[in-house]
Ligand binder design. Structure first.
Ligand code: FE2
Length: 368
């Protein structure tokens, strides 16, 4: 008997385990323009974990740090450094989603539970995904609090209001996994089988190889194409690929980048640059024949060139994108800022210029 689908409404939040949640919250607030809305820790009677809830548009990040030596997340920090622990999906029924996923082959790690406080009830469960990344299922329709039981609104006066400068990020566009060589197909099938996702796009090493390194990528998406999850694996190249570098420093598979969409990428990137976010840059020659390659675009070419924003076109329209450098000292997690003007693809036309930019960074790190 076929098990029921696991209908996912969307991405509820992304949970990162970090070495110092207080400082990460400050970074994502002051550099990336997130509002810090919630806190848990000793002052809220949570004895083993400190956490902050960050929000911008419809995007929610949670950063947590262990407060004790015995906390299981310490092992994660030793292995990965700061990294994404959980991608949590909003669902209509946590028990149904969890049971269906497990019946379809997922490994359950947190059984469905309902936690309650004076703001209502919050239902949650988790399954294992790739590496030790987890997928969470959340139902917060009966919850009115700031995020989840345990969290309280951030105390007024923690941050100066005038230092809160949102940069216009609205929604998560896609979240990318890096997995080991030979494992990409397995994880594509896993998403098809367990979550009922389907293949949305494919890139092989001919699309995205440079002189030195190569990777393969497949994008899986839910039925409504709201949740898009590219999965990368390294391909054999002349030198070590960026995916191999990630797998080494992350110590295994994990989330490579989270892409966040804006309606005005020029304004968003200008604000983030002013906040000292570091972006990958391509050589100025990229812009010389840009309009010949992508056709007419509405944005001012001078502004794109000044800010290092890339453009690509597909059958449905075009997109603008830029990538941050890794946000920790390990060359692991980074972010993409993207604006879609019709295009539903991922910037294939920029892969070569981008990967060459990453390779220049790898060469500086001695990891190419
Ligand atoms: Fe991306």
């Amino acid at each position: 008997m076929p098990t029921p689908d696991v209908p996912l409404v969307g991405i509820d939040h992304v949970h990162l385990v970090v070495g110092n949640a207080r400082q990460s919250a400050f970074f994502y607030r002051n550099a990336f323009g997130f509002d810090v809305v919630g806190y848990m820790g000793l002052e809220t009677q949570v004895r083993d974990t400190a956490g902050y809830v960050l929000r911008q548009g419809e995007i929610t990040f949670v950063v947590t740090s262990p407060l004790t030596a015995e906390h299981p997340d310490n092992a994660r920090l030793v292995a990965h450094g700061d990294s994404v622990r959980t991608i949590a999906f909003e669902v209509q029924s946590v028990p149904l989603a969890y049971e269906a996923a497990v019946a379809r082959g997922a490994i359950g790690v947190v059984e469905p539970s309902v936690r309650e406080d004076e703001h209502g009830s919050y239902a949650y469960a988790e399954i294992m995904a790739y590496g030790d990344v987890r997928y969470g299922f959340v139902d917060r329709t009966e919850y009115r609090g700031v995020f989840a039981p345990g969290f309280r609104p951030i105390e007024p006066g923690r941050y100066a209001p005038e230092s809160f400068r949102p940069v216009g990020l609205r929604v998560i566009d896609h979240i990318v996994a890096n997995v080991e060589q030979g494992q990409m197909e397995h994880w594509v099938r896993w998403h098809e089988q367990v979550l009922g996702f389907s293949l949305f796009a494919s890139f092989d090493d001919k699309d995205i190889s440079t002189e030195y390194s190569a990777l393969m990528s497949r994008v899986v998406a839910d039925g409504r194409r709201r949740i898009k999850l590219p999965i990368n694996e390294p391909a054999t190249g002349r030198r070590r690929s960026q995916i191999a570098e990630y797998l080494q420093f992350h110590h295994g598979p994990g989330v490579q980048h989270v892409a966040m969409a804006t309606r005005d990428i020029v304004a968003s990137v200008r604000a983030m640059r002013a906040n000292d976010v570091s972006f990958l840059t391509v050589p100025p020659a990229y812009y010389d024949d840009l309009t010949a390659r992508v056709g007419p675009i509405r944005e001012d070419l001078g502004a794109l060139r000044e800010l290092g924003i890339l453009v690509d076109r597909d059958e449905e329209g075009y997109l603008l994108q830029i990538f941050t450098k890794p946000v920790e000292d390990r060359p692991t997690l980074f972010f993409e800022i993207i604006q879609r003007r019709g295009a539903q693809s991922f910037g294939k036309g920029n892969f070569k210029a981008l990967f060459e930019a990453i390779e220049r960074e790898q060469a500086r790190r001695g990891t190419l």
